[in-house]
Design a protein around this ligand. Structure first.
Ligand code: IVH
Length: 675
């Protein structure tokens, strides 16, 4: 081997390490993936020929190694303990009091609060800066060696950075391997496309990926890590946990950015509330907050119990999943007649909310998952979305469970059901446009917040009005009289008066809201706004051609055809005339675009991600909409700008890869001023 090759290998190793760190830890890559892969390929070639140039911390180790027959055992130098749980403020206050009792009441204790990551605990052993072993927690005393697998995790440094500090002789660092929510979604989607079984949650997916004997499989999984503690350490001093975290960061190890230090006990409780409020928006799953005494000397004084330390506690969130039983499967008829099977559940508390229904999407999904009436299931709730069934406990079947059959007729109007294919699934649809169930849903949509926004016309009243025959079409909403309304069950006179007033007020409506309210297929809020911006009057829209709709930036062929056929239909034209005759008036929209030549967002595709400090996301969307931008939710090569707030996740990565222009909050605000 000549000197040149040796130099080339060393320089490739150094550069690839640096690029990998910039990509994973700093979110700031300077070369493309293709360039990275090219350099890596070259290094692999060299190391294959001259194995002496390969080292345990070479970036080539990230692609996986030959499969193992079994995992070796790893005895932990210091046992990997678990944590006691707290479930309410009282438990935390008792934890605090016990600490004061043990160390002396007059002492002050400062805490540090970290998100409790819902992943898989691992220990990484660095000897003189090189990652030499990674192990699972196992039973806390003995785990399994999974070094080859952990080396494939991009954010795990194979060598510690030594910019400011020299790596200690020995550093056992502990952390949690996770899969971010967005990556998890993508992973399951790919598995579904490949007809593989899907993972129930990111933790299971992470655990399954780490348990692979073939690390080349692990290398394909989107694993990530945050570190939060140590095992045995030699040659490194630190006085507090917060100082330790700073040091770990210096070494290039990923530390969660969402950690709060320097907290007195009252601030610990408010930190928990804050974290709980942020939970849904965080890019990874957490199941609570870990509270730790910051000062190492106090930690040492407090010591450990058999299974858990006395200086830390896990303040758990209410679980967002729970098990229950499917009592029945009913079929709901949507606005466009699509039939959606819904599981009626034995009521169950999920994260503080009683849940009694879960969507089953469509017939295919029920068949694919083999969901039956009587099944014991795991139900998940997230944010405002309808709860979903994530798992069926097939082992617990008694044989009395009943498979679901899609009805041959609409369960409400008994009309024929039509089956058609959409994407991968078959959709069932009630063909009767005047089906009462469809009508109810259409009216509900028509009066909803983003449409006519009629306060007081809730679900129950709409049901009653349709059942009593008082509403048969959209325009009936505007002919409801106070006297008739007050005759309705539960409708007191006062609220009838309020309702008629709300109806009257709603008659003045902007064009985008009006279009949205009509419930045209494939036409959501965004499309309605884009169409309004292009035509600016309803008369123009009613005579526009298919090509006119297709030419609008941001409108796809499905929406174009949906809108065109809606306005080509005589019945629909009549409905619109009736509405205008019953007093509906389309007012000039303050949101129509400001069409200046130099408006930087005009007709640009913009994606928002992360949290903005100066305004709510909805406000940013409104401002962007006002300047004529098309706000979309996912990044593609067609995206013009990505506006990235703090904690921006996978969208930011994707935008960087796609070469999309990225604006941080202040750049966004400056540009907004140009509008
Ligand atoms: S510290 C001795 N910090 O929770 C204390 N653990 O129930 C060791 N976990 O096994 C744990 N996030 O897998 C700590 N920020 C965090 C954590 C965390 C998640 C997990 C860890 C541990 C389990 C204890």
């Amino acid at each position: 081997m000549n000197e040149e090759i040796r130099k080339e290998a060393l320089s490739l190793q150094r550069e690839l390490t640096e690029h990998s760190y910039r990509y994973h830890a700093q979110d700031d890559p300077v070369i493309s993936d293709i360039e990275y892969d090219k350099m890596l390929k070259r290094l692999i070639e060299i190391e294959e020929e001259f194995s002496e140039l390969s080292s345990p911390d070479s970036p080539t180790k990230r692609v996986g190694a030959p499969p193992l027959d079994s995992f070796e055992k790893a005895v932990h130098s210091v046992p990997m303990l678990s944590l006691d749980n707290a479930f309410n403020d009282q438990d935390v206050l008792e934890f605090h009091k016990r600490i004061l009792r043990l160390i002396g009441q007059e002492e002050t204790v400062t805490y540090i609060a970290e998100p409790k990551l819902d992943g898989v605990a691992v220990e990484l052993r660095y000897e003189n800066g090189t990652l030499v072993r990674a192990a699972t927690r196992g039973d806390g005393v003995t785990g399994e060696v999974i070094t080859q697998n952990v080396r494939t995790i991009g954010s795990v440094p194979l060598r510690l950075k030594e910019d400011r500090l020299k790596a200690p002789e020995l550093l056992e660092v502990r952390g949690e391997v996770i899969i971010k929510k967005a990556d998890f979604k993508k992973l399951n989607k790919t598995r579904l496309d490949n007809q593989e079984s899907i993972f129930a949650n990111p933790r299971n997916a992470a655990a399954g990926s780490l348990r692979q004997l073939d690390s080349k499989v692990t290398a394909k999984r989107p694993l990530d890590i945050f570190v939060y503690g140590t095992g045995l350490v030699q040659g490194l001093e630190f006085k507090s946990h917060s100082m330790l975290l700073e040091i770990l960061k210096e070494f290039g190890l990923p530390v969660n950015p969402n950690i709060r230090a320097g907290l007195a006990i009252d601030k610990v409780l408010s930190a928990y509330k804050d974290l709980e409020a942020q939970r849904e928006e965080l890019p990874y799953e957490i199941d609570g907050m870990v509270i730790k005494v910051d000062e190492i000397e106090i930690q040492r004084q407090l010591g450990e119990k058999i299974k858990s330390p006395r200086w830390a506690i896990a303040y758990k969130f209410l679980a967002m999943q729970n098990t229950t039983t499917i009592k029945d499967i009913v079929v709901q008829v949507g606005r466009t007649g699509v039939l959606t099977p819904v599981a009626v559940l034995e009521s169950v508390n999920i994260g503080g909310v009683m849940v009694s229904r879960a969507t089953l999407h469509n017939e295919d999904e029920i068949r694919r998952k083999d969901i039956r009436i009587g099944d014991k299931v795991l139900v998940m709730r997230a944010g405002d979305v309808i709860p979903k069934i994530v798992k069926i406990f097939e082992d617990e079947r008694k044989g009395t469970e009943i498979p679901f059959e899609m009805p041959e007729q609409c369960p409400v109007c008994h009309s024929k059901i039509e089956k058609f294919k959409l994407d991968r699934s078959y959709i069932n649809r009630c063909v009767n446009a005047s089906c009462q169930a469809q009508l109810k849903e259409r009216i509900r949509h028509f009066v909803s917040k983003k449409a006519f926004d009629i306060e007081g016309l809730g679900r129950k009243i709409v049901d009653q009005l349709v059942d009593e025959g008082m509403i048969r079409s959209f325009f009936d909403v505007f002919t409801l009289e106070k006297e008739k309304l007050s005759g309705l069950e539960r409708q007191a006179e006062k609220s009838a008066a309020n309702l008629t007033e709300a109806i009257e007020k709603s008659k003045k409506i902007t064009l985008p809201r009006f279009l949205y309210a009509l419930g045209i297929e494939h036409t959501g809020e965004n499309s309605a706004r884009l169409i309004s911006q292009r035509f600016s009057s309803l008369d123009d829209i009613m005579v526009a051609s298919m090509a006119d709709f297709e030419s609008i930036h941001g409108i796809g062929p499905e929406t174009a055809s949906g809108v065109y056929s809606f306005f080509s239909n005589e019945e629909n034209k009549t409905i619109i005339r009736q509405l205008l005759n019953s007093g509906v008036e389309i007012k000039k929209d303050e949101l129509l675009p400001i069409e200046t030549q130099d408006n930087p967002f005009h007709q640009k595709r913009v994606v928002l991600t992360g949290t903005l400090a100066s305004m709510a996301r909805s406000e940013a969307e409104r401002l962007l909409g006002k300047s004529g931008a098309v706000v979309t939710s996912s990044v593609s090569s067609k995206t013009d700008f990505l506006i990235a707030g703090t904690d921006a996740g996978s969208k930011l990565d994707k935008a960087k890869k796609a070469g999309v222009r990225i604006l941080d909050e202040s750049e966004f605000l400056v540009k907004m001023k140009e509008v």
